[in-house]
Ligand binder design. Sequence first.
Ligand code: GLU
Length: 561
Amino acid sequence: MDYLKLAELLYPNVTKTPADMEAEFEPRKLPEGAKVTRFAPSPTGFVHFGGLFPSTVAERLAHQSGGVLFLRIEDTDAKREVPGAAEGLIKTLATYGVNFDEGAILDENGNISDKGAYGPYRQSRRKEIYQVFAKQLVKEGKAYPCFTTEEELEELQSINKKEEIKNTDWQAQADEKKARMLAQRNITLEEVERNLAAGNPFVLRILALGDPEKKIRFTDLVKGNMEIPENDEDFVLLKSDGIPTYHFAHAVDDHLMGTTHVIRGEEWLPSLAKHIQLFNYLGFKLPKFMHIAQIMRLDENGNKKKLSKRDMGANMDDYTEMGYCPAAVCEYVMTLLNSNYEEWRMQNPDKSYTEFPFSIKKMSVSGCLFDFDKLGDVSKNVISKMSAEEVTQKVTEWAKQFQPEFYEVLAADPDFAMSIFAIGRGGKKPRKDLTTWRDALPYMGFFYDKFFTVECEYPEKFDKADIKAVLEGFLATFDISDDMNVWFDKIKAVAQSIGYTADMKAYKADPESFKGNIADASMFIRLAVTGKMNSPDMYSVMQILGRDKVEQRVNAMLASL
Ligand code: GLU
């Protein structure tokens, strides 16, 4: 076969050579050890929690080493593309700290454009580049056209399926299909000419001379050493519309774009033999690979399951509405990604996670377990360390979108809101009341008349007369300018005057000999003032609410008794 002639027949318009491409995409000039990584999503939907893993790893490894992180949009499958998905992905990733140095970006009008010298960064715009390398492979006899139409292939496949159901001679069918495919390898120039003249579409297949009996030794940076069978499948490189498959685009793009570390989901591991073959055929240096395990979750029966697209917690865009703070989500991802992260965090409570020395060796080989409880714990911690000002600003911003009525009161008096968020904040052991911004309203809504309601009744075991006596006694001595000790001593005195003890130890030792205790008396006042059994520090609450409001609420409670 005259391969040069074949290449000209198939790609008459391709005049550039791989050498031209190499000249266009010069090797990057980066310091020794700098890693070039990328995130390469297909624009078929939202960012999955599982997608935040490889992208965060890619971000850390690039930026920790003084390298480059870029975003490539893998939009070679127009049928699966969802309009607006690429734009959405870019925004979501930015929210979670995955900041790209180059690649597909949003311009000021919200349209996608390119930033960087290695573009275009959308595969659909790189058709000419792929064809240059495709033509070269044909010239070298490493790829060949296949004129079997998609319909014919589908027909073959459907025969297989039907036979599978009937369970009759499936293997024979498969063998026949393979034989027919392999026969394509021997297509003659005349047949090619005839097909082209008839306008028949073709796909370009690799000529896979691998022997599955032979094993390739390979080291994945996460999974370790492995042996994989060589590839003998003549897989498609270019589809009939000239658009590449993932395999071909991956090899060409990651080579030209100078990727040093390919970080991707482990679902690509079975295709690795194909990729290694392709890099070899093309004469490209193989990058390092890291295949990241899928995220798991526990189902109702405690069994590990893949966190699927439809599972709660999978869609990163849901986190915003649930009220999770992106910083908390990033913190959680780090705890899952590196086994020594939590220890580091304890020793470095105030540092940014970007200062953590991220290590590939500390990554889990099998799947991490996604767990909302753990995320909640991490989140509480992260929020407890924020300043009152930061919390006020973030809650307000969030409420603007998701709780407009709450937003109104927050925005009307930011200082008032901030004084509330300041309660119990700043010390060594800050309060951990908020897991998400959604918790803010139930936590502090009672400060605003608009949201204040008495949420429960006094427990029946208490005598109404005692409750009244405590509330009245409190009102009689309440002075907003008292300091905390004086204020509390007054409440104690009221409690004691009706036989409630202020000595909790004595009460615990012998509860029968008292009508109640100081905690009960405080609760009577708390429920009147806040409408709740639990609230932040009562003294602070009253200082913020002010005399009139405190008295008004206690009086209202008295009237209702
Ligand atoms: N487009 C591929 C995917 O979304 C990218 C895999 C890779 O990172 O190479 O799975």
